[in-house]
Design a protein around this ligand. Structure first.
Ligand code: TXA
Ligand code: MG
Length: 312
């Protein structure tokens, strides 16, 4: 299949929407990472996402909506949802809530779970597509399952060229790491860290937020231990460099690429996946990474690096 390269002019967006209406796959820009979108109410279209990514069927997808009202059609709203979405939508926060009865969301997208993960992205191109499509879009990150996520169309095309119908170029993702996921089906608990920090969520809710612990009972079905993985081995918390390694630095260090010379965690998150793609493309055996402070957005960066360092 030929993958059509689209920009974000009105006619390009109309084209993308018509492909989605026909049950096709379109990679779309979001503020976090690129998403691989399909009509969330079309079982066959959603199945194509799993096939293109090589994603296990037990790993549910995030449903993207154009506004809160659309979200309320598919999930049972509660007070915490009201507070968090008022504060953080549109933006990089996904909430998990019980599905509404007779929801039109395809069961394949939910991996047959009784809950749904849902978010309203803030990227203007994603929002315009959602407005014109006027239906929810299922969209996991636009990469092969388990591999590095995509923050530009180059990254998407590297893995998914000719496997999807189209790609909409909306520039580089500004956040750079996936949305924060909070489940509200129980005591609010962070399932995946992201740009919106645990402190920000706690402050909004006026209560300390629990953190999902991999060792505890399984409440985040798709949280694969090994993920975001480059071909190279990753050596984390490197305080010295070894010969032959590619060096991914942070702060005032000599290295091949620097996530942020000025030690900005926001800048480091923006650069993370792009720099991993670039360093990995020269096929080194190892990429070593400077220590990243484990606070704020650093929690998300370290989570992604840790999963990326685990070999399957
Ligand atoms: O920023 C993002 O969230 C990006 C952009 C494209 O929106 N999407 C993204 O999707 O990161 P994906 O598929 O790579 O990650 C979705 C995560 C998985 O870990 C999955 O297990 C979890 O969301 N998830 C989906 N539905 C869930 C549910 N009902 N309960 C718990 N976790 C769920
Ligand atoms: Mg992903």
């Amino acid at each position: 299949m030929k993958t059509e390269n689209l920009g974000y002019s009105q006619s390009d967006i109309e084209k993308a929407v018509s492909i989605l209406r026909l049950g096709g796959l379109v990679a779309i820009p979001t503020e976090t990472v690129y998403g691989l979108a399909a009509d969330a109410t079309n079982d066959e279209a959603v199945s194509k996402i799993f096939k293109a990514k090589g994603r296990p069927a037990f790993n549910p997808l995030i449903i993207h909506v154009k506004n809160i009202k659309m979200a309320q059609q598919y999930v049972q709203w509660n007070e915490a949802a009201e507070i968090l979405t008022k504060k953080f939508w549109p933006g990089p926060l996904t909430i998990v809530l019980p599905s509404t009865k007779n929801s039109q969301i395809a069961e394949t997208a939910r991996a047959n779970l009784p809950s749904v993960a849902i978010r309203m992205p803030s990227h203007p191109v994603a929002l315009e597509i959602l407005r014109q499509f006027n239906r929810p879009l299922a969209a996991p990150s636009a990469n092969l399952s388990g591999k590095i996520s995509s923050t530009s169309i180059d990254h998407v095309l590297k893995n998914l060229n000719q496997k999807i119908d189209a790609i909409v170029d909306g520039g580089n993702s500004t956040v750079g790491v996936e949305s924060t996921i909070v489940t509200l089906t129980r005591v609010p608990t962070i399932l995946r860290t992201g740009f919106i920090t645990p402190e920000a969520v706690s402050n909004a809710l006026g209560a300390k937020i629990a953190n999902y612990d991999n060792e505890g009972p399984i409440i985040a079905p798709g949280q694969l231990k090994s993920h975001y993985a480059p071909k190279a081995k990753l050596r984390l918390d490197a305080i010295d460099w070894k010969q032959g390694e590619k060096k991914l630095g942070f702060g005032d260090v000599e290295c091949d690429m620097n996530l942020s010379k000025g030690k900005s965690l926001t800048e480091a998150a923006q650069n993370l996946f792009n720099f991993l793609h670039i360093l990995d493309s020269s096929n080194p055996r190892t990429i070593s990474v400077s220590p990243i402070p484990n606070e704020g957005i650093g929690l998300a960066i370290n989570d992604r690096l840790k999963r990326a360092s685990i070999q399957e």
